[in-house]
Design a protein around this ligand. Sequence first.
Ligand code: BES
Ligand code: ZN
Ligand code: MN
Length: 525
Amino acid sequence: MKKLIAISIGTLLVTSSLLLSPAPVSAATHAPYLHTQFTITESMQPADVLVVLVPEEHGELRLTGWSRDSRAHINRAINVADFTGKADSQLEIVAPVGLNYGRLLLIGLGNPSELSRAKAEEMGASLSSWVNNSKAETVHVHSQLIANAGDNHRIAAAISHGVELRNYRFDRYKSSPEARPAQRYSWQVALATDARAAFEQKQALAQGVFTARELTNLPGSDGYPEAFARYAQTVLTPLGVEVTILGPEQVKELGMGSLYSVSQGSHMKAHLLVARWKGAEGDPIALVGKGNSFDTGGYNLKTQAASILRMHTDKAGGAAVVGAIKALAGQKAPVHVVGVVPLSINMISGDAYLPGDVVTAGDGTTIEVGNTDAEGRLILADGIWYAREHLNAGVIADIATLTGAKVGALGNAYAAIFTQHSDIEATLRDAGDMVHERVWPLPLDGYDNIVKSRIADRINTGSPGAQAGAIFLQHFAADTPWVHIDMAGNAFSASASGIHPEGSNGYGVRLLTEWVKLYHQQQQD
Ligand code: BES
Ligand code: ZN
Ligand code: MN
C-alpha cells in the first residue's frame, strides 16, 4: 500500500498511514474489520434471530412468553428432527409460530458442566458463520436454560468469544471491502452483573488476538520494524502499558550486534520494542517474540516460491507478544509482564550480512553465521539477553516461527516447547489445552554440542534443526528460568475454520495470556 507518508522530524522518522491510526479499544469503537457488538441482559430482546442454548435432556422446551401455539410448533419440530440437545447438534426453525423472530436456532450443549471452553468457542464460531450466511443483523441468544450460574456465564462468554474471533476480517487493502452488516448480539444470561465481567475479560482477549492478526497479516514492506513498533505503541499506550522503542543506534550502542546484523542490508533497520504492563509488584515475566518483518533468507536466499511467499508472517511471534500484552492490560490482569520484541527484516544488499560472518551479541558471545536464513535465533538471542540483563526478568518465554524442522516434527496441531523447568512446562501445557493452542515438549538434554563453532563461541546452525534453535537460545537466558516456544506453521490458516479466519490467526496470544496468569498464580502459592 503506497499511501504511506513519511515526515522527518529532526532525526526521528515519523510514518503516518492507516496503519498508525488509533486502533479500536472498546466494542463501541470497533473498526470496520472487527465488527461484533453485544449487550448483556436478563430479558428477551427483539431480533432477527433467536438462538436458544439447549442442554441435553432439557425436556419440553418452554420459554417465558411463549404461547401454547409456539410451544406446540417448536416441540413438534424438535421431535420430528429428533433434536436432543447433544453437543454440536443444531436445529433451525424458520418462521416459528407466534414468535417475533424470523428464525429460531437451537444449539445443543450436551451436559453444560462438561462443556469445555474450547468446545464452546467452536460453537460460537459456527454460530457466527451461520449468522453471517443468514444475513441477520440482530441476534438474541438465550442461555438461561443453563441452570448453574457459573456454567451459564462461563459458556455464554466463551460462545460470544468464539463469535467474535471468527468475525475478524483483514480488508484494509480492499478498495471496496465486502459489505459487513452491523451485527448486534444481545445475550440473555442468568445474572447480567456477574456475566458482564466474564464477557469483558473475553473481549479484551479478542482485542489482543485481533492486534496480533493485524500485525502478522501486514505485508513485509508495510510491517517493517519501525512500523511494527509504532503500531504496537499506538494500541498499547492507551491501556496504560509503558512502551519503549529502541532504534537502530541504541541497538548498536547496547552491543546487540546479533539483532542488528539481520537487517543491516536494509534501510529498514533493527528496532527493539519493550512493552511493560505492571499489574503487580515483583520481577516481571518476560515474553520475547520474534519480530522478523520478512524473511527472504538473506544470502542463503529462500529459492522456492512457496518457501518465501508467506514470510511476512515471520513476525507472528512478536505479534503474539504484543497481543498478549494488550489482552493482559485490557483485562487489568494482576501480573507484572514485559513484552520484548526484537524487530528485523532479513534482506539482501551490498550491506547485508554474509554467510560465515561473525557477529557479537549483547552478552559478548561471538556467533558464526552458518546460515543467514537462521536469523530468528540471532534477533532472539539479544531479545532474551535484554530481558534478563536490562529488565531483570524472573522468567523468560520466547516465542518464534523458528524452524522448518519443527513443522516436520509436529505439523501445526502443536507448537514445540523446550524447557528444563517442569513448572513452566506444566502451566504452558495447561494454558494450551485451555485455549486449544496446544504445545508439546521436545528435549533439550543431550544436544549441548550441536551449536559449537570452529571459529567463534557458537554457530547459528546445527542438527537436529529445532533443537539447534532451542539450544542456541538457551545460552542467552543463562540462569533465568526459560522456555522456548517454536510456533512455526501455527500462525497461518489456509482457509477459515472454527475460530480462525483465513490468513493470520493470532496463534499464541491466548496461550501466552493464560500462561502468564497461571504461572504468576503458581508462583504466589
Ligand atoms: N522463518 C523460518 C522458519 C519457518 C519455516 C517458519 C517455515 C514458518 C514456516 C526461519 O527463519 C528459517 O528460515 N529457518 C531455517 C533455519 C535453517 C536455515 C537452519 C529452516 O528451518 O529451514
Ligand atoms: Zn525466519
Ligand atoms: Mn529464516
